[in-house]
Design a protein. Structure first.
Length: 207
């Protein structure tokens, strides 16, 4: 069986955690090995980088942020994702390279050609399926307003997240064969059902 890489993308408050758990269960019920992971993170090195990236005490420039993201991703691919795919497992990953284009590219205004070059050098693969949980920026921010702690990126202004959302939707429009856009403003059970349906349709095309 061929391994598959399934990524979950979206802005703040889109509800990725609930969807991740449901996808993992749905894949496991097929009798397929499934690895659930996240970016930045997933490995000991990646989690250490994540802690630096998200800690609001650090004043990290855009160049450093981008390079740290790809450093964590390189370790993630080498240590977890590629070995899992090679043994036929399905990997469900909370964020992947699309987030670099959205957050560091559109959000920070970094040159997308540089991101593309890093993608070619470090990543060398595209997800088989990307589920984009799309929600109005103000709705998503409202969902996170009750959190006791906002990380360094969550503390950005609303216009930053508007640019992120726009970029995600633009990328989805450019690659409709890979992306499935899910209305994440719906009730949680409806969002989960829509993502499971999208996975089922995609997996029927793979078989």
């Amino acid at each position: 069986m061929k391994g598959r890489l399934i990524t979950i993308e979206g802005g703040e408050g889109a509800g990725k955690s609930s969807v991740m758990a449901a996808l993992r269960s749905a894949i496991a019920m097929r009798g397929v090995e499934v690895l659930q992971t996240r970016e930045p993170g997933g490995t000991e090195v990646g989690e250490a980088i994540r802690a630096v990236l998200l800690d609001p005490v650090h004043r990290i420039c855009a160049d450093s942020e981008l390079l740290l993201m790809f450093a964590a991703r390189a370790q993630h691919l080498h240590e977890l994702i590629l070995p899992a795919l090679n043994r036929g497992a399905w990997v469900v990953c909370d964020r992947f390279t699309d987030s670099s284009y959205a957050y560091q590219g559109a959000g920070r205004g970094m040159d997308t050609a540089l991101i593309a070059e890093l993608e070619r050098w470090v990543v060398k693969l595209k997800p088989d399926l990307t589920l984009l949980l799309d929600v109005d920026t103000h709705v998503g921010r409202g969902r996170t307003s009750g959190r006791e702690f906002w990380d360094r990126i969550e503390r950005e202004r609303s216009d930053f997240f508007e640019r992120v959302r726009t970029n995600f939707l633009q990328r989805a429009a450019l690659e409709p064969g890979r992306f499935r856009v899910i209305d994440a403003s719906a009730a949680q059970e409806d969002v989960v059902r829509a993502t499971i349906d999208a996975l089922s349709r995609a997996s029927s095309e793979w078989s």
